[in-house]
Design a protein. Structure first.
Lengths: 423, 450
């Protein structure tokens, strides 16, 4: 399959490094995964991982506020960061002769971020994050779906029970001390993976990485994930919530607990999700959109999460006069029918996955992100080269077994939205 | 290591030259242009067929016809039903992406190189032999009407649609790209078939291929797939808008209970062919294109009003809109409008600093190779050269042209093309909570719309 070269080294301070040279285009990606996400947040402090991701752009000891962006844009680079359940990532892609710039910037905020934080910066970014939450969730029809689904699929004691964006109250209550504690605990080299991918000479790359990251002191042991990360395999019932309100069309979202991404059982779930909802020949599109004509659009996807259990979701948005009952009953029928899967469906899904995977790793930024992910989750970046094979090894029998184990009514969260009611 | 000076940014290494892939151009006897951009050693090929079949020449009663025609292509051909067609494509690991905008319709797909022959034959079948079955078309229309319902409740879409309407009035650019409830209600297979007959023709269209392929191979393949295709389209000139309508007015679209206000500020912009194109992309980077832009520095990084703010010129065949776009907390709506207008006015009156000039030129020129990383990036650039009549070597000199832009060029272009007196403002938010402070700005007449 794929044959992406990758050399792994570990610095004395515990920083894991992947080097993956490719001189096709004169650009280079620098990608950092920190092993911290919303799952590491304690009660009363939800949304902190994401808020502190914002603080990482507010300057560090040697880099004043705003200068990080200025220098990367000036170099002709693009950059960003994101926070997810299990991790926070930071990434730059830039013309390859600016590799050292990115390493300097990333190392300065890994090692020397704390001296630069101020109350003013925290307040500014708190406001930015509150506006991000309003813009992306509160002010959007269906914007609370993630919050509601997570709360049904994962019990209160589980770290995936709350959303990445967190609660406004918690965000408003954050203090400089919280920021400081969080960084000291999690933003340490022994909790990070650094990947450099693209047009660079590995020997030079190694030297530069040692130069910039080598003297960052190792941190302490990473605290255990709070709450109860271990979960029963199944939700144990069908949970439901119905929302009537400010939405334009009926919508049904169904979610199922599935094996975590670190288990082999994840792959049949991924294939099942694609058979249900990837492309126009998928079962849900063919049934709900094309044949029965009760849905405007359908989707299915998996969250490849690593703590206790992942999640598979299907959703259907109805037409203006439609009902959620019709949508739900046809979705349920289609899910039941997954007890029988044809080999040609498996090959189609694999063909689609193969193309999209190869297109994804065409881009150095994406490739670097995957290498960091495979290091963080599996301690094995080379897994990138065999990932499609793991999908290819899934048989129709595996998907059928997955269906009977995980897609039943004893493992289901159903969220329905209907227009009308109180706005 | 520890005695090293961390305070200084490291010097950059030796720069490696980058050239945009060169484009080989040919055409078939029927007029279909073929452009091949060779990108060696990549396993994926991207193909785009671009047709002179955009929305911009359609009257109000046919609004959305071009989009609907494009989307209906997937509903079946003489050989396959819609479902069978989807299977054909997806068995080959690909799918069509059909994108209709004001200027053109582009049908694209990416596949592994070994499957190109098969996939291109499917593409030809879709474009040359579509059936537009009546019941499938009516289903699509139903989906589009549902989409309109969705857009009505999305504050960002309401603001964007509202702004278009206020600035362009009854001109095509004033309506939503996909059409209106009224126009969609009158759509039928006959209209679609006629539009397809008229506009889906080889003369005026182009086939763009990027990947590890060469022209002789592509030309043979294109000949096999497309040589029976006939006809050509005479390009009429794009609509030229009069001056911006509703200048100096604030329209407040009431969305009770809204926790944020969506803000759009703008006026009629420039067509793609403007002589000011390069000065304007530099100018926009400084004003609101980059993260470090003046607008973002003020509204986000200084004041925390918003998650982000952007400005843009939408360069089309005709003069598309110029404007500023953001979403801000309800309580700071008027402050944010004031700050945005302040930055625009200041930029127009003062022009850019030399430092801003340098960094924005460096940014646009430097980021250039990142925009050519994949085969679909490459095809989209080549498609642009076809749509806007640019030379095949256009991108070879792109960075040079950016580097030649002076601060005086920017100053002049901005004075010509951004006119604070002509701006219209649209706010979508909780009128009860924001109207008083918006009025107090004294910026212009305020009209509240339900």
């Amino acid at each position: 399959m794929a044959s992406i070269p990758v050399e792994q080294i570990t610095l004395d301070n515990g920083l894991r490094v992947n080097l993956s040279p490719d001189s096709n285009t004169p650009i280079v990606a620098v990608n950092l995964w920190y092993g911290v996400g919303s799952r590491n947040e304690r009660p009363g402090k939800t949304g902190f991982a994401h808020l502190f991701e914002h603080m990482m752009f507010e300057g560090s000891l040697n880099i004043p506020k705003g200068v990080h962006w200025e220098l990367v844009e000036r170099a002709g680079g693009s950059m960003n960061a994101s926070t997810w359940f299990d991790r926070t990532n930071y990434f730059e892609t830039l013309p390859s002769h600016h590799l050292e710039l990115a390493l300097w910037l990333e190392s300065d905020r890994m090692g020397w971020m704390l001296p630069a934080i101020t109350q003013e910066k925290l307040e500014n970014q708190r406001n930015v994050v509150i506006n991000e939450k309003r813009q992306r969730y509160d002010n959007q029809p269906y914007g609370d779906w993630g919050e509601k689904i997570q709360a049904m699929v994962y019990p209160k004691s589980h770290p995936y029970h709350h959303t990445v964006i967190g609660s406004m109250e918690d965000i408003e209550g954050s203090t400089l001390e919280d920021v400081s504690d969080f960084f000291k605990t999690f933003y340490v080299p022994n909790n990070a993976v650094l990947t450099v991918c693209g047009d660079f000479d590995p020997a030079t790359g190694r030297k530069l990485i040692q130069k910039h990251f080598g003297d960052i002191p190792k941190g302490g042991a990473i605290p255990e994930i709070p709450g109860e990360p271990n979960l029963a395999r199944l939700i144990g019932e069908t949970k439901r919530e119905h929302v009537e309100g400010d939405v334009p069309l009926p919508r049904v979202i169904m979610a199922f607990r599935i094996p975590s991404y670190t288990e082999h059982g994840f792959y049949p779930a991924d294939v099942a999700s694609s058979i249900l909802g990837s492309g126009r020949s998928s079962r849900l599109y063919d049934s709900l959109v094309r044949k029965k004509r009760i849905a405007k659009d359908v989707a299915s996807f998996v969250f490849p999460l690593t703590t206790g259990a992942g999640m598979l979701m299907v959703w259907a948005t109805g037409l203006p006069d439609g009902s959620v009952d019709d949508l739900e009953s046809v979705l349920s029928e289609e899910i039941e029918k997954m007890s029988s899967v044809r080999d040609e469906e498996i090959s189609r899904v694999i063909a689609l996955t193969e193309t999209s995977f190869i297109r994804q790793i065409e881009q150095v930024g994406e490739r670097a992100d995957l290498l960091s992910m495979f290091s963080q989750f599996f301690d094995d970046p080379n897994r990138l080269n065999s990932e499609v094979e793991r999908l290819c090894s899934v048989s129709s029998r595996d998907v059928e077994t997955f269906t009977s184990d995980f897609l039943g009514e004893d493992n289901r969260a159903v969220l329905t939205y209907m227009p009308g009611g109180d706005s | 290591m520890s005695d090293r000076d961390r305070t200084l940014a490291p010097e950059s290494g030796p720069i490696r030259d980058f050239q945009a892939p060169s484009v080989i151009a040919e055409s078939l006897d029927n007029g279909l242009k073929i452009k091949v951009a060779r990108s060696p050693q990549v396993p994926v090929v991207t193909v785009s067929l671009v047709l002179d079949a955009g929305e911009d020449l359609l009257g109000a009663e046919k609004a959305g016809l071009a989009v609907l025609t494009g989307d209906s292509l997937e509903e079946g051909t003489s050989r396959w039903s819609g479902g069978e067609l989807a299977e054909q494509l997806e068995n080959n690991g690909t799918g069509l992406s059909i994108d209709t905008d004001w200027d053109c319709t582009t049908i694209s797909l990416s596949c592994l190189a070994g499957r190109l022959d098969t996939v291109l034959e499917i593409l030809a079948e879709v474009v040359l032999n579509p059936l537009f079955p009546a019941d499938e078309v009516s289903r699509l229309v139903g989906q589009k009407l549902a989409l309109i319902e969705q857009r009505k409740m999305n504050p960002g879409s309401v603001a964007t649609d509202g702004m278009r309407k206020m600035v362009y009035g009854d001109m095509p650019y004033g309506r939503p790209l996909g059409g209106t409830e009224e126009s969609l209600a009158s759509m039928n297979p006959e209209l679609i078939t006629n539009f397809w007959k008229e506009r889906y023709v080889p003369g005026g269209s182009g086939l763009v291929v990027a990947g590890d392929v060469d022209m002789s191979e592509i030309k043979d393949l294109a000949t096999r797939c497309f040589s029976d295709w006939e006809g050509s389209v005479d390009r009429q000139s794009s609509p030229t808008p009069e001056a911006t309508q509703n200048q100096g007015k604030i329209f407040l679209i009431d969305r009770p209970g809204s926790v944020q206000s969506e803000i759009r500020i703008g006026h009629v912009g420039q067509p793609r062919e403007t002589d000011d194109y390069f000065p304007l992309i530099v100018a926009n980077t400084i004003l609101g294109g980059a993260f470090t832009s003046r607008l973002n520095a003020n509204l986000r990084e200084k004041n925390g009003f918003t998650y982000g703010v952007r400005s843009s010129f939408q360069f089309r065949r005709g003069a598309g809109p110029w404007g500023v776009s953001t979403a801000v907390g309800t309580d700071v709506t008027a402050d944010a409008v004031k700050a945005a207008v302040f930055e625009v006015e200041k930029f127009v009156s003062e022009g850019p600093s030399e430092e801003e000039m340098e960094s924005s030129r460096d940014y646009i020129a430097g980021v250039f190779p990142l925009r050519f990383e994949t085969t679909d990036h490459i095809t989209s650039h080549v498609v642009n050269t076809l749509v806007y009549g640019l030379p095949d070597d256009y991108y070879q000199s792109h960075r040079e042209k950016v580097r030649m832009v002076t601060s005086e060029d920017v100053r002049q272009a901005v004075k010509r093309c951004i006119r604070p007196d002509e701006m219209t403002i649209v706010v979508v938010g909780d009128a009860e909570n924001v109207k008083t402070s918006l009025l107090a700005l004294g910026w212009g007449e305020l009209e509240i719309l339900e």
